[in-house]
Design a protein around this ligand. Structure first.
Ligand code: ATP
Ligand code: MG
Length: 341
């Protein structure tokens, strides 16, 4: 049986990168997959606390992300939508996987380095790195592997930045199965066809929820005015004309990528660059804004309605926790018995 699993951190309202790289696909899978495919989507609050969070803010953001997921069209009847911490099996399986996971492999992963603003060549051996790096952030990929494996997921739709972690999840399966027999299922990645969406203020790094600069990202709940203003002030370059070249013109290339994703005529970034070759940045930015505003239309209003309906959100939370606990139970029984617990 096919099982789809994916997650999003409650570190803020989802942005354009999350939407294009992952969430849009979550919605589409509801129609593309057969009704027998289980669709399991988690708001991964245990992952969020790998970097400092204010408790009250975290609580608020979990609700915001839940409302946002419903606003983009996830159907709680069709999917299981739940908070990671409401299913203890995730933490429990993480520990068991950690006992056969290698520190050397984890130390080569890039996410902990980028979250600490370290260079990708940094190593654990550097003294100051070891004391700043918390064990939770370092072992993040083990928890992510547990999320996926607890539900026996066969397919995991994620953005490009998560491919490395999926690779590691397969490594966890190999290690566990080697030690205890063939009990865990290796997952396949479903990567989004769209490129990574880059930051509007620094187009050489990815758009991110936890980046300080508000103007670096478009939230899927932004008003048309906010979208126009953020796109209008996006960093480009001073070379005349518009062309698509991510290496030398990252700002323009990112705008063209975004435009292409939402273009009604489905033109590629390269085709759009030809159309706007002799246009001013302002003209291109207006066109990108128009396409984006049309593409995100309706999400904001549904989000505001849902956010105001606390009792409905509470009901969705309870039902999601129940379904997810049930889904993880089978694996936990198999795993614990295999390990001799
Ligand atoms: P944080 O900065 O807190 O890590 P984030 O923006 O990276 O937040 P996540 O919750 O870590 O968001 O990731 C949710 C999903 O969105 C993942 O599948 C990830 O691959 C995808 N994603 C995140 N940022 C981008 C981006 N800029 N472009 C495309 N996909 C992205
Ligand atoms: Mg992230």
């Amino acid at each position: 049986p096919r099982v789809v699993f994916s997650g999003i951190q409650p570190t803020g309202v989802p942005h354009l990168g999350n939407y294009v790289g992952a969430l849009r696909q979550w919605v589409n899978l509801q129609h593309e997959e057969k009704p027998s495919t289980k669709l399991i989507y988690s708001i991964v609050d245990l992952h969020a606390i790998t970097v400092p969070q204010k408790p009250e803010v975290l609580k608020q953001r979990k609700r915001e992300v839940l409302a946002a997921l419903l606003a983009i069209g996830l159907d709680p009847e069709r999917c299981t939508i739940f908070y990671q911490s409401s299913v203890p099996a995730h933490s429990e399986l993480m520990w068991i996987l950690a006992c056969t996971a290698s520190v050397g492999y984890l130390s080569r992963m890039t996410q902990w380095k980028s979250k600490l603003s370290l260079d990708s060549s940094s190593t654990l051996d550097e003294g100051p790195v070891g004391s700043r790096l918390k064990l939770g952030l370092f072992s993040y990929p083990v928890l992510q592997a547990a999320d996926i494996l607890a539900h026996r997921a066969t397919h995991v739709p994620v953005g490009h930045d998560q491919q490395q972690h999926l690779e590691f999840a397969r490594e966890c399966v190999t290690n566990f199965n080697h030690a205890y027999g063939n009990h865990l299922v290796p997952p396949s990645t479903i990567t989004s066809p769209a490129q990574r969406i880059m930051s509007l203020t620094d187009p050489t790094s990815k758009m991110s929820k936890s980046h300080k600069a508000q103007r670096s990202r478009i939230l899927i709940t932004d008003t048309p005015e906010e979208i126009r203003s953020k796109i209008g002030s996006a960093l480009t370059d001073s070379t005349p004309g518009v062309s698509y070249d991510p290496a030398t013109r990252p700002g323009f290339s990112n705008l063209l990528e975004i435009y292409s994703v939402f273009d009604a005529e489905k033109r590629s970034p390269v085709q759009l660059a030809q159309v706007y070759a002799n246009s001013s940045p302002k003209v291109l930015k207006e066109a990108v804004s128009d396409a984006l505003i049309a593409g995100l239309h309706g999400i904001r209003d549904r989000y505001l309605d849902l956010s105001a309906n606390e009792s409905f959100l509470e009901m969705i939370e309870k039902e999601g926790a129940r379904k997810a606990q049930e889904s993880a139970q089978e694996t936990m029984e198999i795993v614990k018995s295999a390990v001799g617990l």
